[in-house]
Design a protein around this ligand. Structure first.
Ligand SMILES: Nc1nc2c(ncn2[C@@H]2O[C@H](COP(=O)(O)OP(=O)(O)OP(=O)(O)O)[C@@H](O)[C@H]2O)c(=O)[nH]1
Ligand SMILES: [Zn+2]
Length: 353
């Protein structure tokens, strides 16, 4: 039997996708408990089971299997854990995440950022840090991971308000854009539609963009609004002791991440291209079916999509293609050489024979 308290776990974001995966497990270890990873520190993990925080390590086979796939235990993951002999908890299984945001490090290794996330708050200041192209990259990366993007422009109180207009003009209307003062409680009201109970959000953006400020504002209990003072010991209701995955008053889970200015997408060119709704919807109207939207006549995409946005789109896709191609190319080249070598050896044999 696995120990699962659904009501309590729903409070820390347990959703249908994970429960059905749990039912599909071949042979779950008896006596294990379902819990969520709320903090990672090298090989020690903080888990939450809906009531308590647990400190755990992963069994070697769990980390090895994940590592072989370029995967790793990540904040937001759901795991099955059991106590060992000395009060130490062990992670016996990781439930395959429904969504996962990852990036490629410069050496090509995959780094996971957050698992089982519904919404990504893409945080950018309306100050010197403002950059339309970088925001478009963020959007493509999270959409390719099936996570819904919300653009949150911070420093509305001190930044250049026209940046808000620029962003709205640039992006398709399907992507929500907010301008907030992250230091003000009003930000909580503006973000309320994404803070429903059981939803998990991750904040992504460059260092100094205002992620931690916004997280703190979203986490603070609004005493004036509810007329209530925080209850309990801060566990379960408020995971105040956890640094990375926090429980918001509204019932949403919030993951704060370290600053990431740019990151290489962990997605192929095709899935990245598919995230540009506007390009995808106009492309069928181009005169040529294989239009690259690079100057062909009768191009509907060039007619409707802002030029700089299109240039950025093409760069993103080309970059992703190049990464794919180099890996593939290497295999192709190796195959070709092997073939030539074999043919050469066979010819030599024929001549001699
Ligand atoms: N006036 C104003 N200041 C803000 C706002 N958001 C953030 N700041 C300030 O900007 C600075 C950086 O904010 P942080 O929240 O630490 O930024 P961060 O994205 O968490 O940065 P890292 O933790 O390095 O990734 C702090 O001095 C904040 O007080 C805002 O909406 N208005
Ligand atoms: Zn075209």
């Amino acid at each position: 039997m696995i120990d699962i308290d659904f009501d309590k776990l729903r409070r820390i974001g347990l959703a249908q996708g994970i429960t059905s995966r749990l039912g599909e497990l071949a042979s779950p270890v008896p006596g294990t408990r379902l819990a969520r990873v709320t903090e990672t520190q090298r090989d020690v993990f903080t888990l939450h089971d809906g009531t308590h925080e647990l400190r755990a390590r992963a069994l070697a086979r769990v980390s090895e299997v994940l590592q072989a796939d370029g995967d790793a235990l990540t904040i937001g993951d759901w795991v099955l854990a059991a106590p060992g002999e000395h009060g130490q908890w062990w992670i016996h299984e990781r439930i395959a995440p429904v969504t996962q945001i990852a990036r490629r490090a410069n050496d090509g290794r995959r780094q996971t950022l957050a698992s089982n996330v519904d919404t990504a708050l893409l945080v950018m200041g309306m100050d010197n840090d403002f950059n339309l192209r970088r925001m478009e990259r963020y959007i493509a990366i999270v959409k390719a991971a099936d996570v819904a993007p919300v653009v949150v422009l911070t420093k509305a109180d001190i930044g250049a308000r026209e940046h808000y207009r620029e962003m709205c003009d640039r992006l398709p209307a399907t992507i929500p854009v907010l301008a907030v003062n992250g230091t003000s409680p009003s930000a909580r009201k503006e973000l309320a539609p994404w803070l429903a109970p059981g939803c998990t959000l991750v904040l992504l953006g460059a260092s100094g963009a205002g992620k931690s400020t916004l997280t703190n504002t979203l986490l603070a209990s609004d005493v004036q609004d509810t007329g209530e003072v925080r209850r309990g010991d801060g566990r379960g209701q408020h995971t105040t002791t956890a640094r990375s995955l926090h429980l918001c008053e509204t019932g949403a889970c919030i993951i704060d991440t370290p600053g990431l200015r740019t990151w290489r997408p962990d997605a192929d060119a095709q899935s990245l291209a598919a995230t540009y709704d506007d390009v995808q919807s106009f492309a069928p109207l181009c005169r040529f079916r294989d239009c690259r939207h690079e100057g062909e006549p009768g191009c509907a995409v060039r007619e409707h999509v802002a030029q700089d946005r299109l240039v950025n789109f093409q760069k993103l896709v080309r970059d992703a293609e190049r990464v794919n191609l180099t890996a593939l190319d290497r295999i192709q080249v190796r195959k070709k050489w092997k073939k030539l070598h074999k043919a050469g050896a066979a010819r030599t044999r024929d001549k001699r024979g």
